[in-house]
Design a protein around this ligand. Structure first.
Ligand SMILES: [Zn+2]
Length: 230
């Protein structure tokens, strides 16, 4: 059982790294064990090269219970806070997704991801709050999460990153994917709207068409190709 969890922590660490939501040795992953303790990734190790023997067993107060020379992640307090307040939480991922984090820095007045114009976010994740800034590696980080637990499984940490907790590794990964994807759509919407408004101010056409003859040529070609997608 714990061997499978260890394997999954390594596997999903590599998946998160490949997703582009972690740089260098950023981020940390943890999972609940049947014995009431937890496994957490060590400090200062890239999540793309984790080995099962790197993982550290801790108790609910953060005391290290396994024989290891490594230190557990300095951001352990967030993980323990979630496990304590969310009995359904089996897995916690902490990542640094660039766009979601940038939104929290660029729009400090935001209290949550502006998602009510995206049907998928309303259905798939519910509210995604932006947790006020707390200094990384301190106990304050765990305390800052309290008002949002256990209601929210996805949380943006202002000017820092994001957290996902879930009942399975896959659910947590999908949560991280959806969070950054939604933040990217928000960013694109804001950028496109700003560009359109600027073009309108300068009375410029929004999109310039190809020359008419070229359009006709391409349309004829398309007819020859048929209906299939290229
Ligand atoms: Zn962090």
């Amino acid at each position: 059982m714990s061997a499978t969890i260890k394997k999954n922590l390594c596997l999903y660490g590599a998946k998160l790294k490949a997703l582009g939501v972690l740089s260098a040795t950023d981020g940390n992953l943890s999972a609940r064990l049947k014995n009431g303790r937890f496994l957490i990734t060590p400090s200062g190790v890239s999540k793309s090269s984790l080995k099962p023997s790197d993982l550290i067993e801790i108790d609910s107060r953060g005391k290290v219970c396994s024989q290891t020379a490594r230190l557990p992640s300095s951001e352990m307090s967030m993980h323990l806070e979630i496990f304590a307040r969310c009995p359904q939480a089996q897995v916690v991922f902490h990542v640094h997704p660039p766009i979601a984090t940038a939104l929290s820095a660029a729009l400090p007045e935001l209290k949550e991801l502006p998602s009510e114009f995206l049907s998928e976010v309303i259905l798939a994740t519910g509210r995604v709050p932006i947790v006020p800034y707390a200094r990384p590696g301190t106990k304050d980080m765990g305390e800052a999460l309290r008002p949002f637990l256990p209601e929210c499984r996805l949380l943006i940490l202002a000017r820092h990153g994001a957290l996902a907790w879930a009942e399975s590794f896959e659910e947590a990964l999908f949560g991280v994917e959806r969070l950054e994807h939604s933040a990217t759509i928000v960013k694109a919407t804001l950028e496109i709207r700003a560009s359109v408004e600027s073009l309108k101010r300068h009375s410029k056409v929004l999109l310039e068409n190809l020359p008419l003859a070229e359009i006709e040529f391409l349309k004829k070609k398309r007819k020859e190709i048929g209906n299939r997608l290229l």
